[in-house]
Design a protein around this ligand. Sequence first.
Ligand code: NAD
Length: 368
Amino acid sequence: MKSEERMKKILLLPGDGIGPEVFGPVQGILEHLVKSGHALLEWEDGLIGGIATDRTGFPLPPETVEKADRCDAVLLGAVGGPKYDTLPYDKRPERALLGIREHLGAFANLRPARLFPELSGSSTLKPEVISDLDLMVVRELTGGIYFGKPRGIVTEEGIRRGINTETYTEPEIDRIMRVAFDLARKRRKKVTSVDKANVLESSVLWREVAESVHKKYPDVELSHMYVDNAAMQLVRNPKQFDVLVTGNLFGDILSDEAAQLTGSIGMLASASIGGKTGLYEPIHGSAPDIAGKDIANPLAMILSLALLFRYSLDREDLAGFLETSVRNVLKEGYRTTDIRGDGTKKIVGTREMGEKVFLELKKVLENK
Ligand code: NAD
């Protein structure tokens, strides 16, 4: 622990479905880090998603927002479920996700897609295409077509029309580009900006601003790629990418595609940064099909906690210890069913996988 470190506070929002299950190991890890003197931390729980609607009538209750404002970082499980699918739009659990991201000003979503070598057999791609894969998708999160106005469904002369608007301002593009270039500087110094500038004016501006921000980062290489080509290149030759930066809609799609390269959605963490408080969550949803069965993979959740230490608490050391612990458990052959691959190893459930990582972390901390 750094001697000048101040007490940091985390808000824990397990949410719905497998959210509370994959959250299982988190509390124990935090408690151990505090007890063993590795971190000055406190935390509190909050409600979000369907469970929040059930208990308060709101998917994102004002109390949760107030708690988030008092914290340095928010760790979220997942929200949603079939029970809530028929609710009006503003009561839907997914609305809480957009709401909290917007409130926190978390405009940059980072999704690292890194393949643990132990899992190269779990990917649908050939090992030579994905071995040592390590790319970062930077998705703009608070602008673009998901928020643009006008939006809605209107009826004109008896014909219904659905409307959404793709819109980006220069400052919005400028700040996301800076995040991408700053990250690239700490990696392999390569940014690929993805757009559809052959068709969309918002993409023409996107490309212009990318070029102008690039002038301040002459040590980083910048290239541009149309989104359709990027979707193809991600499965053809994903190792050509280092940092891939794109808008909200394209990023939503490409980051899931990148995620699948590494085997399972249950392995992938994300960070949403840019505001005062960062938001950290696995990229998967509440997985109602497997909820309550003790088979969900908790590693994406644990790796999200690692990102929280890295980006919000400035504790690269703790992020590294957690990632090493996950890697060691995989090396020992433990797998949840989603990452079992060929020639099965030791299959464990959600709880047992969490315990294995916790025990491994204790060892890693003792031997450091
Ligand atoms: P999902 O990510 O919940 O599930 C997709 C598939 O991946 C399912 O087969 C599921 O069993 C599997 N899966 C997901 N996480 C897993 C894990 N940790 N371990 C093993 N397998 C895992 O996506 P979906 O089915 O499209 O959505 C289900 C609900 O989640 C919906 O209500 C949706 O709106 C919501 N959702 C929430 C978030 C979020 O909270 N960030 C993200 C996406 C979807």
